[in-house]
Ligand binder design. Structure first.
Ligand SMILES: Nc1nc2c(ncn2[C@@H]2O[C@H](COP(=O)(O)OP(=O)(O)OP(=O)(O)O)[C@@H](O)[C@H]2O)c(=O)[nH]1
Ligand SMILES: O=C([O-])CC(=O)C(=O)O
Ligand SMILES: [Mn+2]
Length: 603
């Protein structure tokens, strides 16, 4: 008798059960090998789903176009299916697990007909971690398999580690929801108008249906490493956060590790890969999107990046803004989705220098610089191996991670929020995170540019009640062996404040190193600041602006604490906090009261 593909009984039973429900033509157990990648990408090229880029320009790289209706995360269709509705809280969509499973089971029935079901064993974080974080994704999308090979550690090694440890894994089921009838011609981007991105926090399961877009389909990323992991983190006393992690070294050689939470498409990848304009300063990348943070034996908060690749916003990325991303991509082995294709087999997007005379746009139409619409979707993405990043920190590979000195919160705000503010203490820092606001971006389906609260940049990713999440953050102070000095210092940044003429006041990108320098000085107990009603803000002189082309007026406007703008925030924050009822930690109400009092006193 033939050996079953795995000795892991629970995995085998689940694969059999899903196959019986979804009825794929065949099942492939992915080993993650080079030859498997070649086979999958060759087949996608043959079917027209991918276009191979010119190997002289981007070796082993591909251009993908989605269905125009499947370009971003679908927050309206994302569900936290806790047993008790109250556990999902006011910021999540909820459906009872049994009801969701009944609904989705009918959608899944026969949904892989005519397709291959791939079994993708993956591990979030290093495989040699003390407790490797396993998952297995079942998917009928070869695009997802290829992308998962870039974004996670996956394949035979993971499966054998899973088998030999007998460890548990997060089962993550994905289907594009587009069965093929015999003889039916496939489309380049199969998907379904009906979409569900469902999470079952108690049983740690993920069910995704109808979308092939990365944020909805690469289930190790947002679904596992944020939504499911945030629940595990609450239960076990750690944090799963939407954060970049960077290593910052001063000219004197002093190393600081900084984590930063900015909402989707608000600058994490760019800050994580920053090339400082200040001489002698060095930035190295540990992570660009997700941080898992646990207390070490030393009482400090240590962060790891569970991912293996970068799934970054393409538009705006070029040699001036993010040279290290360009160098990463130049090495190839990447998938570009919804960008434009040049006539000579390379990729292009808005922000990458002056446009060529002709392109094929993300909708596969001819495009010229006189075209009305952009050539690339604003949420077009590159998917590329993080190990190709030329400034990857060696600590990336260390399962212990790095001890975090500072946490930055930041959003995209035209007004109100100064370039940088240091929190007064940990609880005030949690208040800043809990009230973080940002203009919406193209990373999620819906209106762009609307200011909304996005607490800790986790609004779409908290897998439970956000009020409990705030309390969990406050309780982290107890985890630092009671020694508050060991907690990271919290800062609030805004690279996106604008002048009355609509210009960005601050040049951003590599120039953000000047703000990082001030933060490092504050960590050293140096750095000039004024104590304002909202926290400690640098004096214009305290920022190193040597060689920077910025007017005094713009710098002052970027740093300004405008009392009226801040007073106008108070009723909005009150309304926001009221949503959480008695789940809102009372210390956060106290922070709001204290802020109001300070603002009024300052009058
Ligand atoms: N003006 C300005 N724009 C920036 C800055 N940093 C990033 N951006 C732009 O903001 C957009 C998104 O930046 P990313 O760094 O990809 O955002 P992210 O936070 O990693 O986003 P997700 O991958 O969606 O979580 C890009 O178009 C960038 O060019 C900055 O300092 N100033
Ligand atoms: O998940 C995605 O599609 C990309 C991402 O990082 C985000 O939206 O924050
Ligand atoms: Mn993200």
């Amino acid at each position: 008798m033939q050996q079953p593909p795995t000795s892991h009984a629970r995995l085998q039973a689940w694969v059999d059960e899903v196959a019986a429900l979804t009825t794929p033509d065949r099942i492939v157990w992915c080993d993650g090998s080079e030859s498997e990648w070649t086979g999958i990408t060759d087949a996608l090229v043959d079917s027209g789903a991918l276009v191979r880029l010119d190997p002289a320009k981007k070796p082993n790289s591909f251009w993908a176009r989605t269905d125009p209706g499947d370009v971003a995360r679908v927050e309206e269709r994302t569900f936290i299916c806790s047993v008790d509705e109250a556990d999902a809280g006011p910021t999540n969509n909820w459906m009872a697990p049994a009801e969701m499973k009944a609904t989705m089971t009918e959608l899944y029935r026969g949904c892989m007909r005519g397709r291959t079901m791939y079994v993708v064993p993956f591990c979030m974080g290093p495989l040699d971690a003390p407790q490797p974080m396993f998952g297995v994704e079942l998917t009928d999308s070869p695009y997802v398999v290829a992308s998962m090979r870039i974004m996670t550690r996956m394949g035979a090694e993971v499966l054998s580690a899973l088998e030999s440890s007998g460890a548990d894994f997060v089962p993550a089921l994905h289907s594009v929801g587009a069965p093929l009838e015999p003889g039916q011609q496939d489309v380049p981007w199969p998907c379904n108008e009906t979409k569900y991105i469902s999470h079952f926090p108690e049983t740690r399961e993920i069910w995704s249906f109808g979308s092939g877009y990365g944020g909805n389909s690469l289930l190790g990323k947002k679904c596992y490493a944020l939504r499911i992991a945030s629940v595990a983190a609450r239960d076990e006393g750690w944090l799963a956060e939407h954060m970049l992690i960077m290593k910052l070294t001063s000219p004197e050689g002093r190393v600081r590790y900084i984590a930063g939470a900015f909402p989707s498409a608000c600058g994490k990848t760019n800050l994580a890969m920053l090339e400082p304009t200040l001489p002698g300063w060095k930035v190295e990348t540990v992570g660009d999107d997700i941080a898992w943070m646990r207390f070490g034996e030393d009482g400090r908060l240590w962060a790891t990046n569970p991912e293996f690749g970068l799934f970054g916003v393409a538009p705006g990325t070029d040699f001036h803004t993010n040279p290290n991303a360009m160098r990463t991509l130049a090495q190839g082995n990447s998938i570009f989705t919804n960008v434009a294709l040049t006539d000579d087999g390379d990729i292009w997007w808005e922000g990458m220098g002056s446009p060529p005379a002709h392109l094929t746009d993300w909708k596969n139409q001819d495009w010229t610089p006189s075209s009305d619409a952009p050539s690339s979707h604003p949420n077009s993405r590159f998917c590329t191996p993080i190990e190709q990043c030329p400034i990857l920190a060696e600590e990336y590979h260390d399962p212990r991670g790095v001890p975090i000195d500072a946490i930055l919160f930041g959003g995209r705000r035209k007004t109100t929020i100064p370039l940088v503010t240091e929190a007064r203490d940990w609880v005030h820092g949690v208040y800043l995170g809990a009230t973080l606001s940002s203009e919406t971006t193209a990373a999620a389906v819906g209106q762009v540019g609307v200011v909304r609260r996005d607490p800790m940049a986790m609004l779409p990713f908290i897998g439970y009640h956000a009020g409990d999440y705030f309390q969990h953050w406050i309780d982290m102070a107890k985890g630092a062996s009671g020694d508050a000095a060991k907690l990271p210092k919290v800062f609030y940044v805004n690279w996106f404040r604008r002048g009355e003429d609509g210009r960005f006041l601050w040049p951003g990108f590599g120039e953000n190193s000047r703000v990082l320098k001030w933060i490092a000085e504050r960590l050293d107990g140096r750095g000039e600041a004024v104590e304002t009603a909202i926290g400690h803000v640098p004096t214009p002189d305290a920022l190193d602006t040597t060689g920077l082309d910025i007017s005094e007026a713009d710098l002052a406007a970027a740093l300004k604490v405008d009392r009226d703008e801040w007073l106008a925030e108070i009723p909005q924050v009150t309304e926001w906090f009221t949503k959480f009822g008695d789940k809102l930690p009372t210390v956060l109400w106290a922070e709001l009261d204290a802020l109001r009092a300070r603002l009024t006193e300052a009058a």
